[in-house]
Design a protein around this ligand. Structure first.
Ligand code: ZN
Ligand code: ZN
Length: 140
């Protein structure tokens, strides 16, 4: 995969993705919903060393202990998700890529929390929870 670039709405934060995602997933969990102000968010799950900030500083919110939701302190764009339980990985919002069409979603996570007015007709797998414990669609 070619190197990908992205950033927040105001441009203060820029980042580089240099690794193939282990998964690209729509997350319907209630925490992501509230944090993003949107019905769901699409995360690229990457090896932690595959994500690099090239401009700005990400601020973090601990939505639950040990979890870090990264966002731009200027414009509020949701950018990342990371947790102490899984330090080897980081989630990056696919919609903040300069070219979001460069990635293709694999599945839906926490699908039991999906809002009823979000209609799914993409044929993708619908997982009850996250990938932890069941594996990643693109990881060996
Ligand atoms: Zn910003
Ligand atoms: Zn979520």
């Amino acid at each position: 995969m070619a190197e990908l670039h992205g950033g927040c709405l105001c441009g203060a934060i820029r980042y580089r993705v240099g690794a193939e995602p282990w998964a690209v997933s729509h997350c319907h969990c209630t925490y992501c919903r509230r944090a993003t102000g949107a019905p769901f968010i699409t995360w690229m799950t990457l090896p932690a060393d595959g994500f690099e900030l090239t401009a700005g500083e990400i601020r973090h919110h601990a939505s639950t202990p040990g979890v870090r939701r990264g966002f731009c302190g200027e414009c509020g764009t949701t950018l990342t998700f990371a947790g102490d339980d899984h330090p080897e990985e980081i989630d990056v919002s696919a919609a903040t890529l300069d070219d979001p069409e460069a990635v293709t979603p694999d599945d839906h996570l926490w699908s039991g929390s999906r809002l009823s007015w979000v209609k799914l007709e993409d044929g993708l797998p619908r997982l009850a929870e996250g990938h932890w414990g069941v594996g990643y669609p693109r990881k060996d």
